[in-house]
Design a protein around this ligand. Structure first.
Ligand SMILES: [Zn+2]
Length: 55
């Protein structure tokens, strides 16, 4: 044991692992770098959807 997981996107070893959102269609865990990149791609402007702004 003691094997570090690899990021599903960049394949780098993960120190702090993040779980991707289901709607991203990613199988595996993400490193913080790719996680925040994905957050920005999917939810531009907001860090995390805390409030939904629906018009
Ligand atoms: Zn990564």
């Amino acid at each position: 044991m003691g094997i570090k997981e690899k990021c599903a996107i960049c394949s780098e070893k993960i120190d702090l692992r993040y779980n991707p959102m289901e709607e991203w269609g990613i199988d595996g865990s993400l490193c913080g770098k790719c996680y925040s990149k994905k957050i920005n791609e999917h939810y531009p402007g907001d860090h995390i959807r805390v409030n939904k702004h629906l018009d």
